[in-house]
Structure formats: C-alpha cells, structure tokens
Design a protein around this ligand. Structure first.
Ligand SMILES: *Cc1c(COP(=O)(O)O)cnc(C)c1O
Length: 352
C-alpha cells in the first residue's frame, strides 16, 4: 500500500501522473523511444513544452493578458537572483516582505545587486505570523513577497496593494487556491512543492515589465532571452517539465484551481479542527495566517512524542516531522494529497 505522504517537498504527486510518467520513460507517445532520450527539439517534446506553458496560463486565468510562462532550471533559489537582475535598475531600490527563511534568502541575494528595503518582518516571533501593517514605498522598482511560508506554516491572504511591480514567490502554494493572479507581475515557483519533480522552476512574467533596468544581464539569467526562445534557450529539464504538464492536466480535468481549493480547504479544516480541539496538540502559526498547505503543530505533552511517532509510522505516514527551526510536526497537504490521508492522521491524533 502506498504511504500517506505529507512530505514538504519534493512532494506527493497524483498516482495516475506517476503511472503515465513511468510509461513515458520507457516508451513515449508510442515512439519506441524514451521521453528522456529524444531531442528536446523533436515535435513530440516541443508539444509538451507548449502544452505545459499554456496550461499554466489557463489555470492561473492569465491567458491573453500579456504574460509568458517559462520552465527554467536552478530552482526558486536562482529566482532570488534573477528577479533583481531583471527588475532592479542600476542604482535602484526594491522592497521586500520578510516572512520566513525563503524570504530572507531572497533578500540576501537581492542585496548583491542593489538597495533592498525590508518593509516589514515577522522574525521577532519566529515567523509565526504575517506582518500586515506596513507602508509601501513608491520609489522602488518592485515589491517582493512570499505567498506561503513552507517552513513556518503561514500563508498570505492579502497581498501588498500597489500600482508598482509586484513579485511573488509562490513555490509552495501555486495552483492551490483561487486568487487574482493578475495582481502579480512576476510569479515564480520551484516545481517540486505542488506541481512536479524537482529540476524545473516555473516563472510567469508580464512581458512589458522587462528590459527596463539598463543592466547587462547574463543570457541564462535574462527572462527576455528565455521568452524569445520559447523556454528552450538551453536544454530544458525534459522529465520535470513533462511530469509538471501531466499534473497541470490532472488539475484541469479535476476542475482547475477553484475545484482543488475546495478540497484543500476541507483537508485543512479537518486537521486544524483536531489541533484546536485536542488538548494534546497546539498550532504554531497565528490563527488568521494559517496555511492550508503546510500545517505546523506541536505536542503539548512531549512525553507522548515517542508513542505518537510510532503510531504514525505504523499507519504508514511519511514526512510529518517539523522543520528544525520550528520543531514539532508539519503536515504538508499539497494538491495531490487525498482527504483520506488527513483522516488517517486525525484518527491517530484522537487515539493518542
Ligand atoms: C522550497 C522553497 C524555495 C526553494 O526552492 P528550490 O527550488 O529548492 O530552490 C523557495 N521558496 C519557497 C517558498 C519554498 O518553499
């Protein structure tokens, strides 16, 4: 039996996607060749890349609105650097919200290229909440935020209101909920949290914000070059892109972002209810900022830890250990995690 996979990333993927992907590794599109041994310029793979890019814009409701979707490499971590390279003018300034480990890593990289203003931070309380009171400077080239803090279990419900350029790291909650994606000018996300295997990064960028920095940008870091080459400037990560395409198709068939949001809310409510009503557990994130993707919680009685861990192990639960900077437990409940897996976990919590 397959385990109940609460892994924070790389994450659970739909079983039917894994089956189809494993078939394509042996024989892709009945070509009698493997997906991973054909040219990325072959019509069969070019179609995969086109489908994947189209599905992204369709699912985010950004089709025909001036956006391009790219599947690049280097993870979300390289986007920490690519964002300022492409958007921060020489001698310019950018504003960042510091809501967790990933935000602060983004800030560190951006500082290599210019003046970075941290407009608010929740570091004072170990990133257990989302700062809400901050003023947005008007003299900045862009504002950067992180929609979901994978490690701390907080999620932004509102985003900075600005007429300027808004950038969002959506690595751990893209395609999980219906929001107005057109409020962002640049979205990036490593595939391995909610979309596919590690090895590709999704970038969705509004084309008219590019080419304005006056910087010389190395080719591999230049979004405009990647757009002009249809995301094939260099050899793309063919397998991760293919699996991402299958997952996006799976999501579309299911009814898209709106449909999965309903399921994600049901999963999150089930677990948060148990955390709030069971005296043996408590949540670690501020209630109004709780994430529906990564649910962080602690035992109130540490002497139960060994027993609970053993119960989880026996029930086939994988990946529940909290990140070392928060401790306790983290249930990552990405799109492909079925409600039944959450029910198994909640039943164990009741029995403890
Ligand atoms: C995992 C994660 C990253 C880092 O992604 P890589 O693809 O490993 O570089 C960045 N931001 C967030 C929010 C993440 O969850």
């Amino acid at each position: 039996m397959k385990k109940h996979n609460f892994s924070a990333g790389p994450c659970i993927l739909p079983q039917e996607v894994l089956k189809q992907a494993s078939k394509a590794v042996l024989n892709f599109n009945n070509l009698d060749l493997s997906l991973i041994e054909i040219s990325h310029r072959s019509p069969d793979f070019v179609e995969v890349m086109e489908n994947a890019r189209n599905l992204v814009l369709e699912l985010l409701d950004l089709k025909g609105k001036g956006y391009s979707a790219l599947f690049l490499q280097g993870g979300a971590s390289l986007e920490f650097l690519m964002t300022p390279y492409n958007l921060l003018k020489e001698g310019g300034k950018a504003a960042y919200l510091d809501t967790g480990t990933w935000s602060s890593k983004a800030i560190k990289e951006a500082k290599l290229l210019g003046d970075i203003e941290v407009i608010s931070s929740s570091k004072d309380k170990n990133y257990s909440y989302i700062p809400k009171k901050y003023s947005i400077p008007t003299d900045v080239d862009y504002i950067h935020c992180t929609s979901n803090n994978t490690i701390y279990g907080t999620q932004m419900k509102e985003f900075p209101k600005t007429d300027g350029i808004l950038v969002c790291d959506m690595s751990s909650d893209i395609f999980s909920r219906k929001i107005d994606f057109s409020q962002f000018d640049l979205i990036y996300a490593g595939a391995q949290k909610n979309m596919g295997p590690a090895g590709t990064t999704l970038i969705v960028v509004k084309e008219n914000i590019l080419g304005k920095t006056g910087r010389q940008i190395p080719s591999m870091l230049d979004y405009q070059i990647h757009i002009s080459k249809d995301s094939m400037f260099n050899t793309p990560a063919v397998f991760p892109v293919y699996v991402s395409m299958l997952t996006l198709q799976w999501l579309k068939d299911l009814g898209g972002v709106e449909a999965i949001e309903t399921i994600n809310i049901a999963k999150a409510e089930l677990l948060y209810n148990e955390i709030d009503n069971n005296p043996l557990f408590k949540g670690s994130a501020a209630k109004e900022d709780r994430s529906n993707m990564n649910i962080t919680f602690l035992l109130t009685d540490d002497s139960k830890k060994e027993k609970f861990d053993q119960m989880c192990k026996d029930a086939g639960i994988n990946g529940l250990k909290g990140h070392r900077s928060v401790g306790g437990y983290r249930a990552s409940m990405y799109n492909a995690l079925p409600l039944e897996s959450v029910q198994v976990l909640v039943d164990l919590m009741k029995k403890l």
